[in-house]
Ligand binder design. Structure first.
Ligand code: UT7
Length: 336
């Protein structure tokens, strides 16, 4: 990575939103053949929130999380220059970020979606920091939001136990180079294994015989859980090591490990591979399951609310998932 930094970037505020409706493991065991014991032992998940309202979408969650982040610092939405909505479940294939822009009244903001599944938030933060560190923009709203419950096959016990819906938002602001808190990043993609985790376009569903073409429809989420597990546990530690080595810091300097909340066993395995004490793992997936692009900002917001994270703490943040995509961003926490 080459840096052309003319100024710094720091996270100024966070906010998050989850639907009211909670689905427990025991409730899922009434739909498919599973048990609370199996789900907790294999994943660490106890319950997840689902967006159930007919007229509710990803946009409602993203708007709520964004307003909370704005309100925390009494920022007028018109001060936002750019909105990046990391999501793989938009309510409009052309993108949902512009709906968020309009609903929160960010009248001066450019807005676009970023599709990178569970790595979306990490990619969003890195993208935002480029615009800030090169002096293009001053305030950027990065949202990670997903409603995978809408794309799950609720008769497939290997996937329906895992996912929940949520949104998390961060406001990142330009600052002096000395106060820069987005210290480094390391990103990867390997499309050879795209079939391990996908929500595929299904051309068989909608053939138009008059025009001899196929029209849009998507299948349910499908995942090779075992392979994704092996990929995460082997590749995420390497990404983190590359990132900290090129920053010339050591494993001992890490205060918090904030990984995509996919599976408690993955969080522990990554920490153990890196010899990071498991007490440094930030985890809230027992309450929310895997919320895809929302999982990292949701856990970050919660860790800040509970005052886990202190000024100057070094947080290693890693996302991984479909694509396959994975990457790390290292944040030095500057209190806002
Ligand atoms: O967000 C993107 C990133 N995604 C991930 O990181 C997910 C990574 N993968 C995982 O977290 C794990 O692979 C899972 C939690 C999805 C599955 O755990 P596992 O320990 O890899 O289980 P498995 O797929 O190897 O299945 C073991 C057994 C199988 O039965 P047999 O073949 O041994 O008789 C499955 O049929 O468990 C069975 N099984 C279940 N049993 C009860 C699979 N799902 C369930 C279930 N309840 N829900």
């Amino acid at each position: 990575m080459k840096s052309f930094m003319t100024q710094g970037a720091k996270i100024l505020s966070t906010g998050s939103a989850v639907p009211d409706y909670s689905l427990s493991n025991n409730q899922i065991s009434e739909i498919v053949q599973t048990s609370d014991e199996w789900i907790v032992t294999r994943t660490g998940i106890k319950e997840r929130r689902l967006l159930t309202g007919v007229n509710q979408s990803i946009v409602d969650l993203a708007v709520l999380a964004s307003i909370k982040a704005l309100d925390k610092i009494s920022m007028n939405p018109s001060e936002i220059d750019l909105i990046i909505l990391a999501t793989s479940t938009p309510n409009d294939l052309f993108g949902s970020a512009s709906q968020v822009q309009s609903k929160i009244g960010a009248i001066n903001a450019v807005a676009f979606d970023l599709t990178a599944a569970c790595s979306g938030f990490v990619l969003g933060i890195v993208t935002a920091s480029q615009f800030l560190q090169n002096g293009s923009y001053r305030n950027i709203l990065v949202i990670g939001a997903d409603t995978l419950s809408k794309w799950i096959d609720w008769s497939d016990r290997s996937t329906c136990i895992l996912f929940g819906d949520a949104a998390g938002a961060t406001i990142i602001q330009a600052c002096s180079k000395e106060n820069n808190s987005i210290l480094n990043f390391q990103l990867n993609t390997d499309g050879h294994y795209a079939n391990y985790l996908s929500i595929l376009y299904d051309h068989k569903n909608a053939f138009n015989p008059f025009l001899n073409l196929y029209q849009g429809a998507f299948r349910y989420l499908s995942m090779n859980g075992k392979e994704v597990y092996k990929f995460a546990v082997s590749q995420v530690p390497l990404s983190i090591l590359k990132c900290i080595n090129s920053l010339n810091i050591s494993i001992h300097d890490i205060d918090w490990l904030l990984l995509h909340q996919a599976n408690e066993r993955i969080l522990t395995a990554v920490a153990e591979k890196l010899s990071i004490n498991t007490s440094k793992i930030i985890s809230n997936l027992s309450k929310y399951g895997n919320t895809s692009a929302a999982s990292i900002p949701l856990a970050l917001d919660e860790a800040l609310q509970t005052k886990k994270i202190s000024n100057n703490d070094i947080i290693v943040v890693s996302g991984f998932g479909a694509g396959l995509t994975w990457g790390t961003v290292i944040i030095k926490w500057n209190e806002f």
